[in-house]
Design a protein around this ligand. Structure first.
Ligand code: FES
Length: 136
């Protein structure tokens, strides 16, 4: 079973559980992500439920949190449709990428993606993604 978290063309982390229940970790990214990978490798022998889920709102924090929560069966991303903003035709992945790279305010997400710049119906979903990604 494979659990992944990534931002396209940038950082990614992959956790693979083999048939014996052992986890194998790999990833590519900046210094923050590499530091997280080092600390995760120290936890590889422990049950996944005991792994430390990082707090914080940096890109590496959010990606590592995602992959651990997925492996723990606790990942509950708040919006599951592929298109988030129907007025502007903005995919959920575009909004999520903006949040991952630092757009932690709905106004900034709108500036960067055009989501939520027409009827505003999708604004609560943008806010929910921001909150969830930040671990709030
Ligand atoms: S659905 Fe996003 S602005 Fe209308």
């Amino acid at each position: 079973m494979i659990f992944e978290a990534q931002i396209a063309g940038r950082d990614e982390i992959r956790l693979e559980k083999d048939a014996d229940g052992q986890f194998h970790l790999s990833g590519v990214g900046g210094p923050d992500l590499l530091q997280h990978l080092k600390s995760l490798r120290e936890q590889l022998g422990q049950p996944i439920e005991q792994w430390t889920v990082p707090e914080g709102a940096g890109l590496a924090d959010m990606l590592v949190r995602e992959v651990i929560l997925k492996a723990q069966g606790k990942w509950a991303f708040p919006f599951c449709e592929s298109e988030l903003c129907h007025c502007r035709g903005i995919p959920t992945a575009v909004v999520d990428s903006a949040v991952l790279t630092g757009a932690h305010d709905p106004r900034i997400v709108s500036e960067q993606t055009s989501a939520s710049t027409a009827c505003g119906t999708c604004r609560p979903d943008v806010e929910a993604i921001i909150k969830y990604r930040k671990g709030e």
